[in-house]
Design a protein around this ligand. Sequence first.
Ligand SMILES: [Fe+2]
Ligand SMILES: [Fe+2]
Length: 261
Amino acid sequence: MKVLFVGDIFGEAGRIALRIQVEKIRSKDRPDFIIVNGENAAGGKGITYNTAQDILSCGVDAITMGNHTWARKEVMNIIDSGMSIIRPANYPRGVPGKGRIILENNGFRLGLVNLLGRVYMDNHVDCPFQAADREIQNLKGQADAILIDFHAEATSEKIAMGHYLDGRAECVVGTHTHVQTADEQILEKGTAYITDVGFTGPADGVIGVSREQIIRKFISGLPSRFEPASGRALFNAVMVTIDPKSKKATNIQRIADFIKL
Ligand SMILES: [Fe+2]
Ligand SMILES: [Fe+2]
């Protein structure tokens, strides 16, 4: 079983890059599941019906979110509509949407969970570690393997989560920083892990945003509008292989490609 997980799709450039690369990867490596983080799909912040539809029409099975889940009010029309989109499971009780989904292909059931970190992040969410325990418990007997997208800023919080879930989730991937880390590995008890998958979007800005605007903001401290950068795109993902018999992860491979749009 091969699972392709693509990092934060940023704006139109990210969606175009996703379509180009997924088509290539599908014909070459035939992933059984394709999952993407879509928190930056709409113009760099949040997601809408059209941008979610655009992503899913590439052959994507499910979309995870992050700290920008609620950035577009249109998300409320799709978060409970039956579309394959999940939001962090550790949001407070009663919040719209759900934090886990079960995907199925050829009789193999993949449980997908989204979590949000708390370190250096401006949000009030429940403990992601305890939420992970709850979600894994809920998936017991219902999923053959579990993949967790831990959307968090601090590398330490993500590494801690990887070890905390080692042997209990087949795959723990980090998202949010938009910069791919080179620490992909199979942990001691068999969990495929990477601190951050990176992002898919404009390659020559500052984590997706126009570099002039960000540099001006750093120098002046004045508030400014952020727009997606132009130019080539970067596609960041990982391909995880899970042995269908033992249901254990056997390999995790980083993918980082620059694409001319
Ligand atoms: Fe992001
Ligand atoms: Fe984020």
